[in-house]
Design a protein around this ligand. Sequence first.
Ligand SMILES: [Zn+2]
Length: 101
Amino acid sequence: MEWHESGTPEGDRHDGEMFLLFGTRMSEQLINVVTFVCGFCHTNAQQNVIKASNKFTLFFVPLFSFSTRYRNECTHCGGRTALTAAQVAHSMNSPARVPGQ
Ligand SMILES: [Zn+2]
């Protein structure tokens, strides 16, 4: 008795493709609040020091930060100034600093 296999060949199908879902996510964090005379509104107002990180995500899970920026945001007028990491470190040590003086 002979057995003849009668199946449909499926050699052209691509079931093994992987679907990777990746992207970036911006997260912002208030890391310090300092008070000095704002360069925009010239008011002695609280300034929020904000750390903004761009994170690489895979399936919505943040893996690592690939760019981190700091900025200063005036709570009185909303004026924003970019900060360097060194300036942020300095603001941690002297909370009542007046920039540019
Ligand atoms: Zn201001």
